[in-house]
Design a protein. Structure first.
Length: 377
């Protein structure tokens, strides 16, 4: 068989995966498409699994690259060719970003960039061709972490809940982890002692849309802009009524930017407000109240919120959550910023060990080992 050449060694790969300690690079780019989070995490297996965040950085996207990604969210401005080319471009950009830091690792756990999430139709799509990363970085890449869950009729999200369960909340039913990224999601223990996680609705996505389109800023830094506005109660009530069906829907449930976008604001007449800061303040209040109403309906015993994600820095939003009756705790900065990248690294570690969470939070028919493997061979 001299026509064939042996490039891969499965025994060495299996030996690598069976080690008691791994250094994993978790790569995460959220729906806000602001940049790539890179978390270098060491996992050690003893009596219990432990982790150490060794390094963590965010590489911000250039505005033109970010706009390319956001354009892909809109089916009116995207097409098959556009998505195909972007799939490879995203991976090449991500590989360049990772190379620039020279972080050492045993393998990479790669989330990719979600551009369409439609679990009710049994589909989800993350761009960023994993084989590009494997070839460019010469490391195994665990990727496609949501797809098997969706194949098992799950929502495919929020998969970061498993990290929260393992390392942040344990079995405490009075504490929930609230992550406020583009979309807000919560992880908690329900009244039956079962792990539960779901999206509560918008996180930063509507806030960012208002700031960028009406105030010509990138984001509401520290909540300083929204603090200057006043809540328009009529608009707020229309927004809440629009959201009523989602709030009442039993978990597991997820949502996304395909719901909370400029069309959403236009449909409820939000863009007709005379003062942009009043619109912004109302959107912030709406974001906090959707959290409150979801928890009141589905997790009424939760008293304490451990807030992560970019929304933890929006003091107006945090104050609204406190006024809603929650004890709000803000963790150290690295956990706020890099929880999701660490969660992706954790899922990569579970994949190489052939492990699945014993409980599911997504509505999948059963637990599963999440991910696929791209090899540099």
């Amino acid at each position: 068989m001299d026509q064939l050449v042996k490039l891969g060694d499965w025994k060495k790969l299996i030996d690598l995966f069976e080690r008691k300690q791994h250094v994993v690079l978790g790569l995460m780019s959220g729906t806000s498409a602001d940049g790539l989070d890179i978390a270098q995490v060491r996992f050690s297996w003893g009596k219990q699994l432990s982790f150490e965040l060794m390094n963590a950085v965010t590489v911000n996207y250039e505005p033109t690259f970010r706009e390319k990604i956001i354009k892909a969210y809109d089916k009116n401005s995207s097409n098959v060719e556009y998505v195909t080319l972007l799939n490879y471009e995203i991976a090449k950009k991500h590989a360049e970003m990772v190379k620039s830091f020279n972080f050492q690792c045993d393998f990479i756990a790669y989330h990719g960039q979600t551009i369409w999430h439609a679990p009710t139709q049994g589909a989800t799509l993350q761009l960023g061709e994993a084989d590009v990363l494997a070839v460019e970085l010469q490391k195994p890449v665990v990727h496609s972490l949501r797809t098997k869950d969706v194949a098992l009729s799950g929502e495919g999200a929020p998969i970061s809940a498993y990290f929260d369960w393992a390392f942040l909340i344990g079995s405490d039913p009075s504490t929930a982890v609230l992550n406020i990224g583009g979309i807000a999601n919560v992880t908690a223990i329900d009244d039956r002692g079962e792990l539960i996680a779901f999206d509560t609705g918008p996180g930063n996505c509507l806030i960012d849309i208002v700031v960028r389109n009406f105030l010509n800023k990138d984001f509401d830094e520290g909540g300083s802009l929204s603090r200057e506005g006043r809540v328009n109660n009529g608009l707020l009530q229309r927004m809440l009524e629009h959201e009523r069906a989602y709030v009442e829907r039993r978990p597991p449930k997820t949502t996304g930017r395909e719901v909370y976008n400029m069309a959403f604001l236009e449909e409820i007449g939000a863009t007709k407000l005379l003062h942009p800061k009043d619109l912004l303040r109302t959107v912030v209040a709406f974001t906090a109240i959707t959290v409150k109403e979801n928890l009141a309906m589905h997790l009424p015993h939760v008293e304490r919120l451990f807030v992560t994600g970019g929304g933890a820095y929006n003091q107006t939003l945090i104050d609204d959550l406190s006024r809603a009756g929650f004890e709000v705790r803000i963790p150290e900065k690295k956990l706020i910023d890099f929880r999701e990248a660490m969660a992706i690294a954790f899922l990569g570690e579970l994949f190489v060990k052939g492990l699945a969470p014993s409980k599911t939070v997504t509505g999948a028919r059963r637990s599963c080992v999440m991910g696929k493997l791209a090899l540099p061979w």
